[in-house]
Design a protein around this ligand. Structure first.
Ligand SMILES: Nc1ncnc2c1ncn2[C@@H]1O[C@H](COP(=O)(O)OP(=O)(O)OP(=O)(O)O)[C@@H](O)[C@H]1O
Ligand SMILES: [Mg+2]
Length: 521
């Protein structure tokens, strides 16, 4: 039995001793009240119905609380605040003890895309809890990321890298900006995986609520799947609410939106009008990248007489990683031999020295690198006798050139999860000018992929336009008579085998200038 109807979230918002101080100008919050009524299955007035129908695509008003709510709303629309409000309401005004073992705590889990966003939600939650005397009394313990309430409920704020839901009883899960959950360590789908991990932890709590909020992004991932499956479905316990920014929060200036539309309409349509982007596609499928990675191959040692290529993606050491990749060609196949990544913070000088030592151990004295930071990589590598040339191709161009190698099976990658995840995390955007750009998703990284693509393209290009090889003279059709090393030469240093030349096939043309000097045919 839920007691949500007894003291509703709207009652809590109306109460001057509870949340009313946060809603001073109630007219600007009108759309949020309609959403909250729909989410918790509260009656809607006739004047509220059209907005509900517009934002849910449904015709019938809700008759019960939703088990899942998905808010697809524009930037600055109030998503994070709404999640915080729901988290506090669900934690403080619901009893879950009947579903918990003695001594067990129920968790209201709030998961944000990154630390910065989790701090935003945490600040809203802290204010809602501690600035309301009645709720402040309920807080037994506060840590940097959680609040224990005296009703056996803990509100915990985590980031999307958070994986351990095992052992928890989750009474509500609230996910903020899940279209931007990123992970380049272990998984390409942190949004669906986190939800899949949370659901079993909610399974013992009847009416446990999952509430996800995000501005939309590409047409993929958990948010888009939920939208496709549940938008506009009357009677569906999964409620999808999609709305432009200014519908939810009219305090956002129209000028801000107009300016964004002018500078990048594709992005602004997603950010302020809650449209999933149609101009972003994945760069390459995971299957292709995984097929190119040789399982169990983490690094290859140097082979004598092989020409190696090195590419560096430099970084100043404060935020991004600095990466190095080494490749060579084996026939027409590019082999990735080595990948090094030094994650920030680091001392650029130490990393340049370390990379230089590695490069020299593969016989490399000239490298190509990203044009980051103008002169400094060139100067620092020079100290260690490595010539650093700035790439003549942009990062996008490198990825475009890498594509045929991957698609036609002409590259062997290492068994390197970050490389695989970063390559599969890349996306291709078509711009108005018709030029495609390939880059990491917002909030993602591609330093490892960048270095590998650079080194692979270098090697493949060297095959297409080889430098004149410095090799020993070689006479194709026979051996010069009385040449050093011939059967007649017995002088010191004569090193060539003295077997006679093969006879009887492919005779040389007598027009060849060297014809008179070779054995008689
Ligand atoms: N309907 C509204 N009326 C007045 N103020 C609002 C309304 N909705 C949100 N706000 C205020 O707008 C600010 C942004 O809210 P919030 O951070 O929750 O938005 P968001 O959608 O999460 O934004 P972002 O896209 O940047 O993450 C907050 O100060 C919030 O109180
Ligand atoms: Mg937010």
């Amino acid at each position: 039995m839920s007691n949500r109807r007894r003291f509703s979230i709207i009652d809590a918002i109306d109460d001057r001793n509870l949340f009313a101080p946060w809603f001073k100008n109630r007219t600007t919050w009108a759309a949020w009240f309609v959403f909250l009524r729909a989410l918790f299955g509260l009656p809607l007035s006739a004047s509220e119905l059209p907005l509900y129908q517009e934002c849910t695509g449904r015709t019938e008003p809700p008759t019960a609380a939703a088990t899942e709510g998905w808010l697809i709303c524009g930037r600055r629309s109030g998503k994070s605040f709404c999640l915080a409000l729901c988290a506090v309401y669900l934690a403080a005004f619901h009893q879950y003890q009947q579903y918990l073992a003695p001594g067990e705590r129920g968790t209201v889990m709030v998961i944000a895309a990154d630390r910065k966003q989790s701090r935003v939600v945490l600040r809203f939650i802290r204010a809602l809890l501690l600035q309301v005397p009645m709720l402040r009394k309920m807080v037994e313990r506060e840590t940097a990321e959680s609040f224990d309430l005296n009703n056996s409920v803990t509100i915990e704020v985590a980031t999307a890298s958070y994986r351990t839901t095992r052992g928890y009883s989750i009474v509500a899960a609230l996910l903020d900006e899940l279209a931007f959950f990123r992970s380049d360590d272990s998984s390409a789908n942190p949004d669906t995986e986190i939800i899949a991990a949370i659901k079993p932890a909610m399974s013992t709590i009847p009416n446990a609520m999952l509430l996800c909020a995000s501005s939309p992004y590409a047409q993929r991932g958990a948010l888009f799947d939920a939208f496709k499956r549940h938008f506009g479905q009357d009677g569906d316990p999964v409620l999808i609410w999609r709305s432009p920014t200014r519908t939810m929060n009219p305090t956002v200036a129209q000028l801000v939106i107009d300016t964004a539309m002018e500078s990048d309409p594709a992005s602004a349509a997603a950010e302020y009008f809650a449209q999933f982007r149609t101009d972003v596609e994945t760069y390459i499928s995971r299957d292709v990248v995984e097929a190119a990675a040789i399982q169990g191959r983490h690094e290859l040692p140097r082979i004598e007489h092989v020409r190696y290529f090195g590419f560096v993606d430099p970084s100043g050491g404060s935020s991004d990683s600095m990466t190095l990749a080494i490749t060579h060609m084996q026939g027409s196949t590019c082999i990735v031999d080595l990948i090094r990544e030094r994650r920030a913070p680091f001392s650029p000088d130490n990393v340049v020295k370390e990379f230089s030592d590695t490069l020299k151990s593969y016989g490399i004295t000239r490298i190509v690198g990203d044009r980051y930071g103008a002169e400094w990589p060139r100067e620092r590598f020079k100290v260690y006798d490595i010539e650093y040339r700035v790439a003549d191709k942009t990062k996008s161009d490198l990825y475009l050139h890498l594509l045929p190698l991957l698609n036609s099976n002409r590259i062997e990658l290492l068994d390197h999860p970050r490389l695989i995840n970063q390559l599969t995390g890349l996306e291709r955007r078509t711009s108005r000018a018709g030029r495609d750009t390939i880059d990491h998703v917002p909030g993602g990284h591609d330093d490892v992929a960048n270095a590998a693509a650079g080194a692979a393209v270098l090697a493949a290009q060297a095959l297409a336009h080889p430098e004149p090889p410095i090799v020993a003279p070689y006479v194709a059709w026979g051996r010069p008579w009385n040449w050093p090393g011939s059967a007649t030469d017995t002088s010191a240093g004569a090193g060539i085998a003295n077997t006679p030349p093969p006879k009887g096939y492919d005779r040389p043309s007598s027009a060849e200038p060297w014809f008179p000097y070779v054995d008689k045919w």
